[in-house]
Design a protein around this ligand. Structure first.
Ligand code: NAP
Length: 333
């Protein structure tokens, strides 16, 4: 089958389309014929070696973390899915490879695709939807009436997180540049700050929660918009000791993570606010809840561009430009 293969970390050509065998699903897996695959910055971060300590993939491997497609085969122990089902997923770490014609995915990581969505729209959802869910609901415990600051509201994570926070009846502040102000307002953002013109730190205060997705300087400033006891959840680093424990890395990696986050942890402690790092995980049960929110019209996908599979490198480069409005998807079928 056709697949987008990484032969070497940090390679200049960034990967190639080649042939690999169709995977055979294990007893707890289904084989999915890929119709569309969403692109994430994580794909670039893995192929350029940035994530090698956390997620060491042995080359050559097939890249890709988001998929929508049709079940073509089921393993002997699979109970919830059958051949012909339209599904979507963010497959688990070490089981990635959605930039291909087929992928085997654990039943536990899969959900039925929202009925209203095209394959391309559905493929845009899993990784960013689960990230927003795990940040705002699981870790952030965001409640009705609370105030949340979601950085980069026009990005993949931001466009989903704004809608999820509004569903939870929170007040949402976000940052974006002038061209995307109407987009984020349309998604429900209450306070919109043009980050090129205004300093969010001078405008926001007393926030219960921050979803941090930008650089270290933005993270530091964001700690100061929180109320006492508020929480900052960062998805752009630095990784903290709890995360190191959770993923069970060797002692020296734990030490590196402790050191990388020691400055921000100290600052948070001084301000009496919480800091934690989140690296999202595959989760079919949460994705099923997201399917319901999409089927009821509570959350809509925001897809910027769809590229044919043959132009996958252009699709990845567009995401790397940092200018995408919502998500970028490649179409396999
Ligand atoms: N830890 C995890 O589990 C996890 C999961 C998902 C994503 N992430 C990380 O989270 C970050 C965001 O991911 P994403 O997929 O949402 O990115 P994305 O879709 O590529 O973000 C692009 C958007 O960011 C906006 N933007 C760029 N610089 C900005 C700034 N300084 N302030 C506010 N907005 C800005 C752009 O708007 P303008 O064009 O208007 O500037 C654009 O719409 C990435 O670092 C990604 O790797 C982590």
């Amino acid at each position: 089958m056709k697949a987008f293969i990484i032969d070497k970390y940090k390679s200049k050509d960034g990967g190639r389309i080649g042939q690999v065998p169709v995977p055979e699903p294990q007893a707890d897996e289904v084989l999915v014929e890929v119709h569309a695959a969403g692109i994430n910055l994580l794909d670039s971060k893995i192929s350029n070696g940035e994530f090698k300590l956390i997620l060491p993939y042995k080359t050559p491997f097939v890249l890709g973390h988001d998929v929508a497609g049709i079940v073509t085969k089921v393993g002997a122990r699979v109970q919830q899915f059958k051949v012909g089902d339209e599904v979507y997923a963010r497959p688990a770490d070490h089981r990635i490879g959605t930039f291909a014609e087929f992928i085997a995915i654990k039943e536990a990581d899969l959900a039925l695709k929202p009925k209203k969505l095209s394959m391309e729209q559905a493929a845009s959802i899993p990784l960013v939807g689960l990230t927003a869910w795990q940040a705002l609901i699981e870790k952030g415990n965001l409640k009705k009436g609370q105030k949340v600051f979601i950085q980069a509201g026009s990005g993949g994570v931001g466009t989903f997180a704004i809608q999820l926070a509004k569903y939870l009846s929170a007040t949402v502040a976000t940052t974006t540049s002038a061209a995307n102000i109407e987009l984020v307002k349309g998604l429900g953002a209450d306070v919109v700050i043009d980050y090129k013109k205004d300093d969010f730190e001078k405008i926001l205060n007393g926030y219960d929660l921050v979803l941090n997705s930008q650089d270290g300087k933005t993270l530091e400033k964001s700690l100061r918009v929180l109320k006492l006891g508020g929480k900052l959840i960062s998805i752009s680093g630095p990784p903290d000791p709890d995360f190191a424990e959770e993923i069970g890395v060797p002692w020296f990696v734990k030490l590196i993570m402790r050191l990388l986050s020691s400055g921000v942890r100290k600052k948070a402690k001084r301000l009496n606010v919480g800091f934690s790092f989140l690296f999202m995980k595959a989760n079919g049960a949460q994705l099923k809840e997201i399917t319901s929110l999409i089927n009821s019209g509570t959350i809509i996908p925001v897809v910027d561009k769809v590229f044919p599979f043959e132009l996958i490198k252009e699709a990845i480069a567009y995401v790397e430009s940092g200018r995408a409005k919502g998500k970028v998807v490649v179409k396999m079928k």
